[in-house]
Design a protein around this ligand. Structure first.
Ligand SMILES: [Zn+2]
Length: 257
């Protein structure tokens, strides 16, 4: 089997602020890693451009009397007091957010190669093996918008404009804020990968309900259904049905065929 296959989805979504559908990434299948103990590797590659929501007039209204102050709207249009990021602080926030989400989604699934698919088979010492596919995730922050799959605004907010509201700034997959808890970053990057809430592509409270501990619901856990982006990618790369790739959450070794 020859080396590497590359494909690319549409590369950039802008103006999808309120959408809850992502599924935009590059995918690369590498079978040079295969041995009798080692599988092929499918890497989803996602590049994100994070920028200061203070500079985005669609989000932030600057105070005419003081250009270092403004009001930033959240996902629901509720206004919060905002100031510009210090570039070094935004860079540090970005590094941490990327590391958190990458660590959460990287290397968690193995897709079992269907018995009908021979395209990954390889031979060592006259023995033929069928490797499975390890699911990797490479999330990087870009310095410029060029080449990014997503553009995400990050709001440096303090409190709500009206403190009596007592609201938390509500993020979405393309709008984050300085106060986002760790879990939010994992959840929102799940959306970027194309994962929905347990109740589907909807946003009311019932949509978050799940019998399982589900990071895409109100929980923290990773579940077999979260392998969907990798299943979609392997289906496209190998021209097979994504549902034929059974999901495992621990390593499944290549088998002799
Ligand atoms: Zn969500």
């Amino acid at each position: 089997m020859s080396g590497v296959v590359t494909f690319e989805h549409p590369t950039l979504i802008l103006g999808k602020q309120n959408a809850i559908s992502g599924s935009v990434f590059d995918g690369m299948l590498d079978d040079t890693t295969c041995t009798d103990r080692n599988n092929a590797e499918l890497e989803l590659i996602m590049r994100v451009y994070f920028y200061d929501a203070f500079d985005d007039p669609a989000i932030t209204t600057k105070d005419p009397a003081d250009p270092k102050k403004g009001l930033a709207k959240d996902h629901d249009g509720v206004e919060f007091n905002a100031t510009p990021w210090e570039p070094a602080k935004l860079a540090a926030w970005t590094r941490k957010a990327v590391a958190t989400a990458q660590k959460f989604w990287h290397g968690k699934f193995w897709l079992e190669t269907p018995s009908t698919y021979t395209g990954l088979d390889f031979t060592i010492n006259k023995r033929t093996y069928r490797p499975n596919v390890w699911c990797r995730f490479d999330l990087t922050a870009t310095d410029t918008l060029a080449g990014a799959h997503f553009k995400i605004a990050v709001a440096n907010i303090s409190g709500p404009k009206d403190p009596t509201w007592g609201f938390q700034y509500r993020s979405n997959m393309l709008l984050y804020d300085v106060q986002d808890p760790i879990n939010t970053k994992k959840h929102e990057v799940g959306h970027l990968l194309g994962l929905d809430h347990p109740g589907g592509n909807c946003n009311n409270a019932a949509c978050y309900n799940s019998a399982d501990d589900d990071v895409m619901g109100g929980g923290k856990g990773i579940l077999p259904r979260h392998a969907l982006p990798w299943q979609k990618a392997i289906g496209m790369i190998t021209s097979t049905n994504k549902d034929d790739w059974k999901v495992h959450q621990s390593k499944v070794f290549p088998k002799k065929v």
